[in-house]
Design a protein around this ligand. Sequence first.
Ligand code: ZN
Ligand code: ZN
Length: 96
Amino acid sequence: MPVLRLKVKCVSCQREVAKLESRQVPSMTKDPRYQCFLCFKRHQPIQWGLGDEEKKKQAWYCARCNYHFKAKKEKCPYCGKSDLLSAGKVAVRDLL
Ligand SMILES: [Zn+2]
Ligand SMILES: [Zn+2]
């Protein structure tokens, strides 16, 4: 039987999947364990990078610098201070 047809059992959903469509996952035993792509995707931690980062960032406005920015910390990147910061979007009248 060609190696390509090799089937492995997914540790998560117990389905038999082609070895090519699975990935090996760390195992406590000597036996290799595999996970199918579907389960692999489903068990992925929440995406690293953009999506996650954006959620943690807040919109700020520094009245001193008249500067809008997004940051995790309550600190203006221009003046480095937070005393004149306000959170979120600024009302139009504040800009006039
Ligand atoms: Zn699976
Ligand atoms: Zn500032």
